[in-house]
Design a protein around this ligand. Structure first.
Ligand code: DP6
Length: 332
C-alpha cells in the first residue's frame, strides 16, 4: 500500500505559497450513516460507506498567514506546541507545504465546540481549502477532499454542503466526499448539549479500540452497508420516516458496538437516555422526531420544520440549525 507522502505527491506538487494570507470556511457535518473503523489506518480509508449532512453556514473558518514560526489558535486561545492538536495540525501541514514554510493558523468555530461538532472535520476541511488558496494548487474539490481525509476521515465530507456520501473502497484515490444533488429545505437539526467537557476517549482512539476488540464489529460493518443503501433511497425519495428511523438505528448500533468493545466505551450519560425516552414519547404522540449520537453524550435531533414548535416545548434549550439555509460555494 502506498505511504502518505507518495500519496500526497500523486495528488499535488508541493509549492512555495504565492501569497502571504488566505482564509476559508467549511461546514460541520453530522453523519447519519456513521464512519466507525478503517481498512487503512495511515490513509484513513473507511471500512464502511458513510453519509452525512453538512450544517450550512455553521462550521469553522481557518485563516493562514506566513509567519516566523508555527502557531495555532482556536477561538482566540493559543494552543501549546506540546498539545496533540498542535502536533496533528502541523504534521498534516508538513505533508502539504515545503518544510521551511512556517504558518500561523487561526481557527474560529461558529458552533458550540462542546457539541463535538466543530471539531476535526470542519477544521481539516477549512484548513485544506485555505492551504489550496495559499499555495495555488488549483486542484478539484475531489482532490481537496482526499487531502482533507488525511487530517481526519470525516473531514472529506465537509468539503461540500448538503448530503454527502463517502464510499468505502480499496483505492485511496477514490476515497472522497461526493455531494448528493438533493435540497431538503424543511429538514432541521436540533443540538441537545448535556455535557461540554472533553470526551473521555477521542473518536480516533475509540474507533480503533472498537475495531480491534469487539466481537460484534463485523456485524456493525454488514449493517452499515445496508443502512447506507436505505439512507440513499430515503434521501432521493425524501422519505423522512425512513431517514429518521435508519439514523436512529445506525446511531444506536454504533453505541452498541462500542459497548461490546473490551473494555467497553460508554459515551451516554443519564441525560442522554432521558432525552431518548422523551423523543420516543414524542413519536408515540405523532411528532416525527428522531435522533443521532456521535462519540459523546450529546444528541442531534432530526425533524421537519413544521414540528419545531412542539419539539421546543419538550426541549426549550435546543439549538436549531437549518442545513439548507443560504450558503456560499466552497469551491476555491
Ligand atoms: C462518530 O473522522 O474524527 O463522528 O478519521 O480518525 O480522524 P479520524 O476519525 P473522525 O471520526 C468521526 C467519527 C464519528 C462518525 C462520523 O463522522 O462518520
Amino acid at each position: 500500500m502506498i505511504d502518505k507522502k507518495s500519496y500526497v505527491g500523486q495528488l499535488i506538487s508541493l509549492k512555495i505559497p504565492t501569497i502571504e494570507f488566505s482564509e476559508a470556511f467549511a461546514p460541520s457535518n453530522i453523519a447519519l450513516c456513521k464512519y466507525w473503523g478503517k481498512r487503512n489506518l495511515d490513509l484513513n480509508i473507511p471500512s464502511t460507506p458513510s453519509l452525512s449532512i453538512s450544517l450550512g453556514n455553521r462550521g469553522t473558518k481557518v485563516q493562514l498567514s506566513i509567519a516566523p514560526q508555527n502557531s495555532l489558535s482556536i477561538n482566540g486561545k493559543c494552543i501549546a506546541q506540546e498539545s496533540p492538536v498542535f502536533k496533528r495540525t502541523f504534521d498534516f501541514i508538513e505533508l502539504l507545504v515545503p518544510k521551511n514554510i512556517k504558518l500561523s493558523v487561526q481557527s474560529e468555530n461558529n458552533i458550540p465546540t462542546a457539541a463535538g461538532l466543530a471539531s476535526s472535520a470542519s477544521f481539516f476541511a477549512a484548513l485544506t481549502i485555505s492551504l489550496d488558496k495559499l499555495c495555488s494548487w488549483k486542484v478539484s474539490l475531489q482532490t481537496l477532499s482526499c487531502l482533507a481525509r488525511l487530517g481526519s476521515g470525516s473531514a472529506c465530507r465537509s468539503l461540500h454542503h448538503g448530503f454527502v456520501k463517502w464510499l468505502s473502497c480499496d483505492d485511496p484515490f477514490q476515497s472522497y466526499g461526493i455531494p448528493m444533488d438533493v435540497q431538503w429545505e424543511e429538514l432541521r437539526i436540533g443540538l441537545l448539549i448535556f455535557d461540554d467537557k472533553e470526551k473521555l476517549m477521542p473518536s480516533r482512539q475509540a474507533m480503533l479500540h472498537t475495531q480491534n476488540t469487539s466481537s460484534l464489529y463485523q456485524s456493525w460493518c454488514e449493517n452499515s452497508n445496508s443502512d447506507f443503501e436505505i439512507f440513499h433511497n430515503a434521501i432521493e425519495k425524501k422519505n423522512f420516516q425512513a431517514l429518521g428511523e435508519t439514523a436512529e438505528y445506525n446511531a444506536l448500533s454504533l453505541h452498541a458496538v462500542m459497548l461490546s468493545a473490551r473494555p467497553a466505551i460508554i459515551y451516554s450519560q443519564p441525560e442522554t437516555l432521558k432525552a431518548i425516552i422523551k423523543i420516543h414519547v414524542l413519536r408515540q404522540n405523532g411528532i416525527q422526531v428522531y435522533f443521532t449520537q456521535d462519540a459523546g453524550p450529546n444528541l442531534k435531533l432530526i425533524f421537519l420544520e413544521n414540528d419545531l414548535e412542539c419539539i421546543l416545548e419538550d426541549f426549550p434549550r435546543m439549538e436549531v440549525i437549518n442545513p439548507f439555509s443560504r450558503v456560499d460555494n466552497l469551491s476555491t
